[in-house]
Design a protein around this ligand. Structure first.
Ligand code: PAF
Length: 281
């Protein structure tokens, strides 16, 4: 059974004991509402470390929309069942007061990574992510931390933050886990109605088709193909689609401009905001 811990003091205490026995610690930061995507991160951490801590905390500072924060799914009991099944040792589920006894006034700068895509579209979001992830890193002091590649920009920013703060933590990105029909797993999928779920699959399907389209078309035309194909579908609206260099996250204009190219998308399906990405090369 996974053990629930709610305070930083207790967490530090138990982890210090493990560390003194030379055990490696893996951290999987989450906001709960766990699904098979999270399970894959936990499995990887359990395989690579003696101790796995999963944080389960809906972080208010990364939400720039109050309704979004209020509606975010919370499924603690089911989360613990999944974590016990996957062999996690501890779930760290603190209160907001525990993580933010004082308002966090730290301002991070991740130029140029945070100046594109989610950055301008969700002001303050990555600053909030950096605040909570750095607090979790200080509380757990993990050897390794695991993040999904679905949040492609977040992963790049966390890598930069870890370097900026000189933290000796290996950041491990894990592949997107998809439903059988291709839909990327996300806690937000729980918020979709049956009808919306059927419509939403067109996001990943279009991204897959765009890889074929890309083999005989320009980058600019491929970008337009994705945006037009999705916007044509009733119930979907593209917020942005950018084809970027996978390291700098800066938009590029030609396939020859980089050796590592990723397309990142955000789409509104009803009131649910969904993100996905696809690697072109
Ligand atoms: O990806 C998430 O679920 C969150 O942004 C994270 C990394 C757990 C920070 O709250």
């Amino acid at each position: 059974m996974v053990k629930i811990i709610t305070t930083i003091a207790e967490l530090k205490n138990v982890l210090e004991d493990h560390r003194s026995e030379g055990k490696k610690i893996g951290l999987v930061p989450t906001m709960g509402a766990l699904h098979e995507g999270h399970a894959s991160l936990v499995r990887r951490s359990v395989a690579e470390n003696e101790i796995t801590v999963v944080s389960d905390f809906v972080n208010p500072t990364q939400f720039n929309d109050k309704n979004d924060l209020q509606n975010y799914p919370r499924t603690m009991e089911a989360d613990c069942t999944l974590l016990s099944r996957e062999g996690a040792d501890y779930v760290f589920a603190p209160s907001v007061e525990e993580m933010y006894p004082e308002p966090d006034t730290r301002v991070f700068d991740f130029t140029p990574l945070d100046k594109v895509m989610e950055g301008p579209n969700r002001p303050g979001h990555f600053n909030g992510v950096a605040q909570i992830v750095s607090k979790l890193f200080y509380a757990v002091e993990p050897d390794r931390a695991y993040f999904g590649e679905k949040d492609f920009q977040q992963l790049a920013i966390i890598r930069m933050m870890t370097e900026q703060l000189n933290l000796n933590i290996e950041i491990i990105g894990c592949p997107i886990v998809r439903e059988e029909d291709g839909m990327a797993l996300s806690s937000r999928n729980m918020l979709l109605s049956k009808e919306e779920r059927k419509t939403a699959v067109n996001i990943s399907q279009t991204l897959f088709k765009s890889r074929i389209f890309a083999s005989s078309n320009s980058l600019i035309d491929t970008k337009q193909f994705v945006i037009n194909s999705i916007n044509e579908i009733d119930g979907l609206e593209v917020e942005y689609y950018e084809i970027v260099d996978g390291n700098t996250l800066q938009p590029i204009e030609k396939w020859e401009d980089s050796e590592y190219i990723v397309g990142c998308i955000t789409v509104h399906c009803g009131r649910v905001r969904l993100i996905d990405n696809i690697k072109y090369k």
